[in-house]
Design a protein around this ligand. Structure first.
Ligand SMILES: Cc1cc2nc3c(=O)[nH]c(=O)nc-3n(C[C@H](O)[C@H](O)[C@H](O)COP(=O)(O)OP(=O)(O)OC[C@H]3O[C@@H](n4cnc5c(N)ncnc54)[C@H](O)[C@@H]3O)c2cc1C
Ligand SMILES: NC(=O)c1ccc[n+]([C@@H]2O[C@H](COP(=O)([O-])OP(=O)(O)OC[C@H]3O[C@@H](n4cnc5c(N)ncnc54)[C@H](OP(=O)(O)O)[C@@H]3O)[C@@H](O)[C@H]2O)c1
Length: 452
């Protein structure tokens, strides 16, 4: 019996796994698989040079505590089994099929990169951008286009009533000087300092009782220095359906309470204002050569008629959207990969050896912590499948050779640590958080030569 068990364990330990995407979902999965002790090798492939996904390139720079979760996520790489393949895009530098041929299990956790669209006139005018673009810029994603804020920016409109909309409204409205000690790249802080923005309008197609904001994030808006919050009490009128939400959901109750308090606050002579509009949706973005405004129509009977806002910047924060990896089944309607307990399924059933976790599995909602039980569930499926999984023809070593033969500039965990040290020193020199390096040349130079 003991001999049989030993053999079984030896066989099991010979297993290998690839994880695609080093965001929270991928790195929570890494932790789960390491803990199971079944794999001799787990390789994590990440398109960006730096790990942590939206924890680094999504979580707002003025939320350093949340960004600090990256220290927990990094722990998997302290083991001998895990390796980091940074700057490697699956689907470009190596295909999914090549990974599948080389690992017993391949888990895809590539999250969501683009934005949902409003599908209204004017959406593609200069000055109309998706939240993912603006966020990638202000968090310093090296592959993100550098954004130039409109020269005479006075008013920005943010469509959506989720936490991303709040992040954007807060970052745009807060005193840019307060962003100096954060991780925000200096060029972005300078652009925000130079901006002449005065008003930010947040537009929600439903009411405060239905908004997706969470309470601490909403309250934070009311505490910003030199910012007034403006709400027309008329859009806070409660109907029976709102009362039902308030009675059953604590978050709805808090949001209604907070917004009602704000609507009664006297205006001060603050430098900037954040306006909330409930029960309105955009029907047309106005402007000939660039955004000049937006037309909002009421979504609930009883709300006053159309409202025209003059604005130079419009950001749609209505949810992220996934993009397909070549070779992976993809549901265009939801922007997710179809799966069953994390096992990827196509028209003929589960695809052996391929799994999905995180936002790409569930859709673009949920906080960082939500990805942990998600990854645990997927790890359970992977571990349950391993005893019956036929060994792949190739090995992780084949993938290394393949990448080298293609001239891919793969970064290791030590490479990332060099960049991390550089960013930490950059921040310390200014008495603040590590500052994200947002251009590829500097990233690669620092990694190749240490400090520049
Ligand atoms: C703007 C914003 C702010 C947020 N702020 C908070 C917050 O303050 N607190 C909180 O709890 N939650 C926050 N969230 C939610 C949280 O970030 C998500 O729940 C979480 O990041 C989703 O994890 P994921 O691993 O599925 O995706 P991601 O974090 O997106 O990670 C996916 C990773 O896969 C990589 N990748 C993509 N394609 C490829 C490819 N082809 N090959 C290799 N790698 C690839 C990406 O580069 C990325 O690193 C925020 C979300 C957004 C959008
Ligand atoms: N600090 C934090 O903890 C933090 C920060 C940022 C993000 N996050 C998390 O990350 C996840 C994603 O956040 P998110 O803000 O992108 O998504 P979200 O919470 O799903 O909010 C999306 C918002 O867009 C609205 N919307 C969707 N389609 C629309 C359309 N066509 N027209 C007008 N409005 C539309 C939705 O309204 P309906 O409700 O009517 O559909 C909703 O108000 C969330 O789970 C969030 O909590 C957390």
């Amino acid at each position: 019996m003991d001999i049989w068990l030993d053999e079984e364990m030896e066989h099991a330990k010979a297993r290998t796994a690839a994880i695609i995407g080093a965001g929270p979902a991928g790195l929570y999965l890494l932790a789960e698989l390491l803990e199971a002790g079944t794999f001799r090798r787990i390789d994590v492939f990440e398109a960006a040079p730096a790990p942590f996904g939206l924890v680094r390139y999504g979580v707002a720079p003025d939320h350093p505590k949340t960004r600090g979760i990256s220290r927990v996520l990094a722990q998997g790489f302290e083991t001998t089994e895990a390796r980091y393949f940074g700057n490697v895009t699956v689907g470009k530098d190596v295909t999914l099929e090549e990974l599948r041929r080389s690992y017993d299990a391949v888990a895809v956790s590539t999250g969501m990169r683009g934005d949902r669209r409003l599908n209204i006139a004017g959406e593609d005018l200069p000055g109309s951008i998706g939240a993912s673009e603006l966020v990638a810029w202000y968090t310093g994603h090296p592959a993100a286009p550098k954004i130039s804020l409109p020269e005479h920016l006075r008013t920005a409109v943010v469509i959506g009533a989720g936490n991303v909309a709040l992040d954007i409204a807060r970052i745009l409205a807060r005193d840019a000087e307060s962003l100096v000690p954060t991780s925000m790249p200096r060029a972005v802080v300078d652009a925000l300092k130079a901006s002449t923005l005065r008003d930010v309008h947040v537009v929600a197609r439903r009411g405060p009782a239905q908004a997706k904001f969470t309470s601490p994030e909403l309250r934070e808006i009311g505490k910003l220095d030199d910012v007034d919050v403006v709400i027309d009490p008329a859009c806070l009128k409660l109907e029976a359906e709102d009362q039902a939400e308030i009675d059953t959901r604590r978050q709805a109750k808090t949001i209604v309470k907070v917004t009602t308090e704000w609507a009664q606050r006297p205006a001060t002579d603050a430098a900037r204002r954040i306006h909330f509009h409930f029960w309105r949706r955009p029907v047309r973005i106005l402007g000939d050569t660039a955004v000049a405004g937006v037309e909002l129509e009421p979504t609930r009977p009883g709300t006053a008629g159309p409202l025209h806002l003059t604005a130079e910047l419009l950001i749609r924060a209505i949810g992220y959207r996934g993009s397909p990896i070549p070779g992976l089944p993809f549901d265009e309607a939801t922007g997710t990969v179809p799966s069953d307990d994390g096992r990827v399924v196509d028209h003929s059933g589960p695809v052996a050896g391929i799994y999905v976790t995180g936002w790409l599995r569930r859709g673009p909602t949920g906080v960082i912590g939500t990805n942990r039980p998600d990854a645990a569930e997927v790890a359970e499926s992977i571990l349950a499948d391993m005893p019956d999984r036929n060994a792949p023809g190739g090995s992780p070593e084949d993938v290394e050779l393949l990448l080298a033969s293609r001239g891919a500039d793969r970064l290791t965990w030590d490479d990332w640590r060099r960049l991390e040290t550089y960013e930490t020193e950059l921040g310390q020199a200014q008495g603040g958080d590590p500052i994200v390096v947002d251009d590829v040349e500097t990233v690669l130079r620092v990694i190749a030569h240490g400090e520049s």
